[in-house]
Design a protein around this ligand. Structure first.
Ligand code: HEC
Length: 250
């Protein structure tokens, strides 16, 4: 009980209780940055509390002072002299040491598309399919403009206003949104592949190579068949890429 009357012990106790409450009392767990912020506030409050008058302050610093100068606390000093640098050194080491990391997930980025899909209840043959809107060259500009609007409304915040996969939300996602400027995406795909991916999104990726963890939404219920082809035309027009053609005899 005597111990609890010591200001120093009280201060330490408050800090420990505060830490335990913040660390284990908050669900879902607060991140470390928040925890350290709260602990800094608690520490400040404790310092205000122990320094509220000079008796209290003297009481608080007494054990610290005694440990530093009392001749009969030699041993404690020696222990601190060895243990503290070791602790700090260990902490610095854990921060700087290379951590074992999970190997990057090997993910088939472009799985084979299904031969056909159900689009709003209608069967659409994917294999061999070309963008029907390209047949009518006269309305090319009109379709690209419509596609641009669709893109800005629905896709930009993930795929970015430069179509480079750096939209506002992109940083939160792994795998990141596709970068359409990159020759490794739409430039090596047929338009029908894009149609399938846009219609069915992440949920429509084949089961074999899970987990895909893709946040790419399925647009089937929000975009019509024509709108989907229009946004595809916009993707190619805006990036200057050309869709891959179906090989002869496919
Ligand atoms: C919530 C974020 C998000 C939105 C919104 C979004 N996408 Fe995606 N998209 C992704 C992510 C993440 C990927 C990469 C993972 C994957 O392939 O499923 C992706 C992949 C794609 C791909 C596949 C590219 C490739 O190389 O395989 C296409 C095509 C695509 N998106 C088109 C669109 C279009 C068109 C829209 C708007 C109608 C859109 N996306 C909206 C997140 C998004």
């Amino acid at each position: 009980m005597n111990l609890l009357r010591s200001r120093f012990a009280q201060a330490v106790l408050i800090l420990i209780v505060a830490f335990v409450v913040l660390k284990f009392g908050i669900r879902p767990a607060a991140p470390w940055s928040v925890l350290t912020l709260y602990m800094a506030i608690v520490l400040l409050a404790v310092l205000v509390f122990v320094s509220s008058d000079s008796d209290s302050w003297r009481d608080f610093v007494w054990p610290i002072r005694a440990t530093l100068v009392d001749p009969n606390r030699r041993l404690a000093r020696l222990v601190f002299l060895i243990v503290l640098p070791l602790l700090f050194g260990y902490y610095a080491y854990t921060q700087a040491a290379a951590k074992p990391q999970a190997p990057p997930e090997l993910r088939a980025v472009h799985p084979a598309p299904p031969a056909s899909i159900q689009f709003r209840g209608k069967e659409i043959q994917i294999t061999g399919l070309d963008n029907p809107l390209r047949k009518d060259q006269a309305s090319y500009k009109k379709h690209v403009a419509a596609g641009a609007e669709i893109y800005i409304r629905n896709c930009m915040y993930c795929h970015g206003d430069n179509l480079d996969g750096r939209g506002h939300f992109a940083h939160g996602f792994n795998p990141p949104p596709a970068n359409f400027q990159d020759p490794g995406t739409i430039a090596m795909l047929q338009e029908a592949f894009l149609f399938w991916r846009i219609a069915k999104g992440g949920p429509g990726l084949p089961k074999e190579s899970t987990p895909w963890n893709s946040v790419m939404p399925a647009w089937e219920d929000r975009l019509t068949e024509e709108q989907t082809w229009q946004v595809i035309m916009y993707l190619y027009d805006a990036t200057g890429q050309h869709p891959r053609r179906w090989e002869e005899g496919h």
